[in-house]
Structures are given as C-alpha cells and as structure tokens.
Design a protein around this ligand. Structure first.
Ligand SMILES: *[C@@H]1O[C@H](CO)[C@@H](O)[C@H](O)[C@H]1NC(C)=O
Ligand SMILES: *[C@@H]1O[C@H](CO)[C@@H](O)[C@H](O)[C@H]1NC(C)=O
Ligand SMILES: *[C@@H]1O[C@H](CO)[C@@H](O)[C@H](O)[C@H]1NC(C)=O
Ligand SMILES: *[C@@H]1O[C@H](CO)[C@@H](O)[C@H](O)[C@H]1NC(C)=O
Ligand SMILES: *[C@@H]1O[C@H](CO)[C@@H](O)[C@H](O)[C@H]1NC(C)=O
Length: 374
C-alpha cells in the first residue's frame, strides 16, 4: 500500500510541476517550439557569427520580466536575388517590447551612425543607412530599422528611428546568449505612437545584416513583423503557485497520515508484545503456584477421598490415580484439573481462588481476564 501512495504522490507532483502555463493558441505548436533546435541553414547564405541553437521558449520568457504579458513575434524577410526569395520564421524567435504590439511590414534598413560606419547602435540621433545614404530616402515608404543592441538603452534607439518615421524597430542582441530582454519603454510618444519594436537574438540580426549587405543596396529587402504567441505570466505564475500549494499540502497530509499509521502500528506492536510477555510470565507463575498444591496417590479405595469420581472427567477413581487436593477440600484428577487451573486459577466447583492462596497474583494487564483478585 505504501509504495502505491508514494507513486501517487510522485505522479501528482510531476503533473503539478509540468502544467502548461501558457494561454496561447496551440499546445502542439508550443511543444514543437520548445523541442526545436534548428540549425541555421539559411538559404545558402554565409551567415556571420551564427549561433548553433535557437533560443528555447523558457529563455524567451525569463522570469526577470516584470510585465504581465509577453508577446512573441515572427519575422519574415524577403529580397530579390535575380528571383524573389524569402525566409520566414518557422517559430517565433523575437519578442515585442512595451508599446504597440502589431503587425507591420516595410523596407528593412540597417541604421548606421552618420559619422561612424561601424556603429549601428542608433545611440546618436544623426543616422544614415548602411550604404551611407540619408534616411530621408525612406520617408515616403514604410520602413523598419535594424539596430544593434548596446551603447544606450532601447528607448533611445527606438526614439531616434521613430524620429525618422520608421514603422518598426528590430533590435538584435549584441551577444550570442539566448536570453531576450523585455524592452522597457516609458516614453509616451513611443507607447502611443505607430511604431512597433521587437528584440531578436544575435544570429537573427546577423542573418538580416547579411541579406541587406548582399542584396539590399539596389533592391528593397522587405521585412514583416507578425504577432505570435502571447503569454499571461501573472496568471501562469498564479496558476503554478496554486498547483504547487495544492501539491505540497497533499504531500504534507500524506506524510502526516503515514507517520500516524507508523506510530499507531508500532505502539500496537509494543502493546501486544508486552501483553504476550506478561501472559507468559503469568503462566510460569501459575505453574509455580500449581506445583505447591499437594497431591496424593490413591492407595486404597477407602474413605480417604471426598467423592468416588472426578468432577471434571466424571470417571470413578481407581487405584494409583494421582489426585490434586485443593485447599477448598475439593479433589480432582491431577491431569484433569491442572490445565483448568492454569487457565482459570479457581476451583471449578466452588470458585475458590486456589492459586492465589499459593502466592500467585495475576499481572495488571491481564486483570480483565479470568481474575483471582479480590
Ligand atoms: C513571407 O514573405 C513571403 C514573400 O513576401 C510571402 O510569400 C510569405 O507568404 C510570407 N510568409 C508569411 C508567414 O507571412
Ligand atoms: C565607431 O563605432 C564602433 C562600434 O560602436 C566603436 O567601437 C568605435 O570606437 C567607433 N569609432 C569612433 C571613431 O567613434
Ligand atoms: C552625435 O554625433 C554628433 C556629430 O554627428 C556629435 O557632435 C555628438 O556628440 C554625437 N552625440 C553623441 C551622444 O554621441
Ligand atoms: C551589449 O549591450 C549591453 C546593454 O547595452 C551592454 O551593457 C554591453 O556592454 C554590450 N556588450 C557588447 C559586447 O557590446
Ligand atoms: C497610427 O496609425 C493609424 C492608422 O494606421 C492612424 O489612424 C493614427 O492616427 C496613427 N497614430 C499616430 C500617433 O500616428
């Protein structure tokens, strides 16, 4: 029974721990997403600084996020290379920051500091595209800025490209770690404005940079940001903690009842054992007392015996029968009365407490039994 309970507890704990905490569309998709460790084979393009594995969902949703909702995003990029080509995310790999969560589409531009062509951090408000052209080139079309992380905070970068009327900003990580921050934006203009911003891993940013570098100078590289799964962290945390609470309470209750059972059975065992010991001692003492009761052997069938038959076996006494002479003057065959006395301690005829008169006292826990106590 105990291993069964244990198994039961285990399985409950297990389901409790792995309960799916997301409030999004398809579970299958999520599973696929988590298990997917796709390597960047990427349209035959050499991709600088590729990371071997894509980030796992857990790292996209790292616990340090303080906001309630987290939304992931798909990126889909298309370019012209003699023929139209495109590369779309099979799974969400980017994460929306604070502010607008919406689908946008536009020409992808790798923003560059106007003084320093290796600086793509957009920390200075004076920006160009990666071919040294003015951003005013894109004023009459929707465009999306590709920005490298580092140098200043996310908000500053986004504000700078927003001032050039970008409809979207993609900031890619400056290290190959798979953890994606949730971009904090407090600027009211940005929060309410028509710009959407996502954070994406470094390998993704490097892919886009390569495409722009190779194909973006004369033909537009187009990119669309599409909304993916959305997670309600608060409710998932609440859910998780309530499941945890129930599981822990259940385990505690199980442990307490198990301890109680163990204590109960141990005490019962102890009790039975002492009782058994006492009974054994009683029997020994009774035997001892019994030995003191006088006996006699019938030599002649004369007046020396009280009656002519044993009241226990109702057989007439014969020569050489051994009798037990009780202090109450009753006499029986020794073999007939001894077993009775060992059990009942009294004379079967007059209830005289025979053994007590020979110094036998029953032990306390046996008092409820056939008692000789006054
Ligand atoms: C990605 O872009 C290509 C080219 O514009 C388009 O054909 C394809 O349907 C897009 N995929 C998604 C999921 O939007
Ligand atoms: C140009 O930008 C790069 C990268 O941000 C930086 O390492 C370098 O020091 C900058 N050069 C100048 C002259 O500011
Ligand atoms: C931005 O660039 C200008 C020159 O283009 C320079 O004078 C200014 O100091 C730079 N600002 C910052 C914060 O680097
Ligand atoms: C990457 O960006 C972070 C945040 O701005 C910065 O602290 C860090 O120094 C940067 N790392 C590199 C290698 O540029
Ligand atoms: C955002 O775009 C919508 C329609 O696309 C427009 O109605 C709204 O005025 C725009 N808001 C701002 C702040 O530009």
């Amino acid at each position: 029974m105990k291993p069964l309970i244990f198994l039961c507890v285990l399985s409950i704990a297990k389901t409790g721990g792995s309960i799916d905490t997301r409030d999004s569309q398809s579970d299958e998709k999520q599973k696929e997403f988590i298990n997917n460790g796709v390597v960047n084979t990427f349209a035959g393009l050499p991709v600088a600084g590729t990371v071997k594995t894509e980030p796992k969902l857990e790292t996209l949703l790292e616990i340090s996020d303080t906001n309630r909702y987290i939304t992931l995003a798909f990126l889909n990029v298309s370019w012209f290379d003699g023929i139209e080509k495109y590369k779309e995310d099979e799974h969400e790999r980017s994460k929306y920051g604070m502010g607008r969560v919406m689908d946008v589409e536009g020409r992808l531009v790798y923003v560059t500091d106007s003084e320093n062509e290796t600086d793509h951090s957009a920390c200075n408000s004076s920006l160009r595209d990666s071919f040294g052209r003015s951003l005013s080139l894109y004023h009459n079309m929707p465009w999306i800025a590709l920005i490298k992380r580092g140098g200043c905070d996310f908000e500053k970068k986004i504000l700078h490209v927003y001032s050039y009327r970008a409809v979207g900003a993609i900031i890619f990580n400056n290290n190959s770690g798979s953890e994606l921050n949730y971009m904090k934006i407090t600027n009211k203009e940005l929060l309410e404005g028509n710009i959407t911003s996502v954070f994406t891993p470094m390998y993704k940013g490097n892919q886009l940079v390569e495409i722009i570098k190779n194909h973006g100078e004369h033909n537009p590289v187009k990119l669309s940001i599409k909304q993916g799964m959305r997670f309600d962290k608060k409710s998932s945390l609440n859910h998780r903690s309530s499941v945890l609470f129930v599981t822990i309470s259940f385990i505690i209750v199980m442990v307490i009842s198990m301890l109680w059972l163990i204590v109960y059975y141990y005490q019962r065992f102890r009790y039975l054992q002492t009782k058994e010991n006492e009974q054994k001692m009683d029997t020994n003492k009774a035997k001892e007392a019994l030995r003191k009761i006088p006996t006699k052997t019938i030599k002649t069938l004369s007046k020396e015996i009280e009656s002519d038959c044993c009241a226990v076996c109702i057989e007439a006494y014969r020569l050489n029968d051994v009798l037990r002479c009780l202090p109450c003057k009753h006499e029986f065959h020794r073999n007939c009365i001894d077993p009775w006395l060992l059990q009942n301690y009294t004379c079967p005829l007059c209830k005289c407490r025979v053994l007590k008169q020979y110094g036998f006292v029953v032990s306390r826990s046996n008092e409820s039994g056939p008692s000789t106590n006054a």
